[in-house]
Write a protein that binds this ligand. Structure first.
Ligand code: ZN
Length: 213
């Protein structure tokens, strides 16, 4: 099984795919967000360092992030992993390569055009019961306009789906990852998967990459 570095713009469905990979292939999902929270809650030396930085409202440095990942990789003892949320920049990618065995990972990039991404965000509706819908996706539309199929409650548009802030996040993502993706392409590590298709089709494409070892 290949280790995976997962890179995707917001709204590309990385969370769903990570979850499916974890279920089917027993991957260790290393999400940098979770990792930071975990480090803080277990009170390790690294964790305290992270806490100090975040309490001040500062960003965790690349070096510290690498230390955390190193720590985590030691703990999972060779189990295949998905790295999610890191690297985001070329500099981070180069640092990470000092840590990883070059032969042993693939980069999966979920490609989603901006206009389609925006449509996904604009069309997203959620219910307080946890079910989500999308009015622009036939398979994800509620049967009755604005009403949850499961519990009959009124559907709501989430605040964090604000389209303007989404556009900024999306553009930032592209700016940050541009050189990183080229770097992986030159190393023959980059697998681009177009995500303008169903969740199962995307998963199939990803599976082909991860089992090709
Ligand atoms: Zn509901």
């Amino acid at each position: 099984m290949q280790n995976i570095i997962f890179i995707a713009p917001p709204a590309a469905g990385k969370g769903t795919q990570s979850h499916m990979l974890k279920e089917k292939y027993d991957y260790e999902h290393i999400s940098t967000g979770d990792m930071l929270r975990e480090a803080i809650s277990n009170g390790s030396k690294l964790g305290l360092e992270v806490k100090n930085i975040m309490d001040k409202g500062e960003l965790v440095s690349d070096d510290l992030m690498i230390d955390l990942i190193k720590d985590k990789l030691t703990k999972i003892k060779g189990k295949p992993f998905i790295l999610d949320g890191f690297p985001r920049t070329l500099k981070q990618g180069i640092e990470l390569d000092k840590l990883l065995d070059d032969a042993n990972y693939q980069v999966i990039y979920l490609k989603l055009d901006k206009d389609i991404a925006i449509k996904r965000v604009e069309g997203r509706l959620t219910c307080s019961c946890g079910k989500t819908y999308n009015i622009f996706d036939q398979k994800l539309q509620p049967k009755q306009n604005g009403i949850c199929d499961k519990c009959g409650k009124q559907l709501i548009k989430r605040n964090d789906d604000n389209v303007d802030s989404f556009k900024i996040r999306y553009d930032n993502f592209l700016t940050n990852t541009d050189k990183l993706l080229k770097y992986y392409e030159e190393k023959n590590k980059l697998n681009i998967i177009n995500v303008d298709k169903s969740v199962d089709e995307i998963f199939n494409d990803i599976s082909k990459v991860v089992t090709n070892d």
